[in-house]
Design a protein. Structure first.
Length: 273
């Protein structure tokens, strides 16, 4: 009789342990899924965003009343993205060519820096829908504007572009015999051009407008170029949860009509600094 009771109690104990074990497994799987989804992101409460904050009007430092803050049209977009995701954000300011490396290493959660999805970049990151697209223009010294009126006039010139940018690829394709100089920031491009260290620089049109306004010795040519990308998008880690990506894409579609206005407002703010 005692044996039967003992056997029964033992069986009940094992059943309880198994039930607890299975319940624990279910919870673990649910938690693991949440960590990669929107719920997990919201539970974390904050995203770390990488950008090169030296590309006005998209993202740049503005000092007002002794306070240094990063502003620009991409910041306006980031405000909306973080709000819709239900998280706060922290910005890590770094050179453009270090952004994808930081994303792959898990040091940042996304890149918001007017970055375009290229075939090479798409191997190392997932990209959202495009939120902006523009053309690129060659800038030269104003005193040499008449000298550079065609692509042929630049075929063996010294041309500068941002390292790892789409402009770098354009120069390599359109001017294979040119001397290409790669720099980290658009302001450095303007400085080198003004100092006669290069003959021309290639940037997107909004950036060109600001560089020329800030540097009276420079001028935009009529040489315009298109890249083979869809335009600027947000870069996310490979394998980003679909729910998170869909949420960001909805924000992009909702704010697309406003982006041009944000860009214009940002250009106005640059003029004041």
């Amino acid at each position: 009789m005692k044996k039967g009771i003992l056997k029964s109690l033992t069986g009940m104990a094992l059943t309880g342990i198994l039930a607890i074990s299975l319940a624990g497994c279910g919870t673990t799987e649910k938690e693991a899924k949440a960590k990669t989804g929107l719920a997990g992101l919201q539970d974390k409460g904050k995203i770390v965003v990488g950008m090169m904050a030296a590309t006005p009007p998209y993202e740049f430092h503005s000092v007002e009343g002794g306070k240094d803050e990063i502003v620009g049209s991409d910041i306006k977009l980031l405000d909306e993205v973080s709000k819709d995701l239900g998280v706060k954000y922290e910005i890590k300011d770094m050179d453009f060519d270090g952004l994808l490396v930081a994303l792959q290493a898990g040091k940042i959660d996304m890149i918001v820096s007017a970055i375009s999805p290229t075939e090479e970049r798409e191997k190392n990151a997932d990209f959202t829908n495009v939120y902006y697209k523009d053309r690129h223009v060659m800038i030269v010294r104003k005193s040499e504007l008449d000298k550079f009126k065609s692509n042929d006039s630049l075929k063996k010139a010294r041309i500068a572009a941002i390292k790892s940018s789409v402009q770098e690829k354009i120069v390599e394709k359109e001017f294979p015999n040119a001397e290409l100089k790669l720099l980290g920031k658009s302001t450095e491009l303007a400085m080198d051009l003004a100092a006669n260290k290069v003959d021309a620089v290639l940037v997107d049109r909004p950036t060109a407008t600001l560089l020329v306004k800030s540097n009276p010795s420079l001028a935009k040519t009529e040489l315009l170029f298109d890249d083979d990308t869809a335009g600027a998008a947000i870069a996310m880690p490979n394998g980003t949860d679909k729910e998170v990506m869909d949420k960001i894409n909805k924000t992009i579609e909702r704010t697309k009509p406003e982006y041009e206005k944000w860009l214009t407002d940002a250009m106005g703010k640059v003029k004041q600094n």
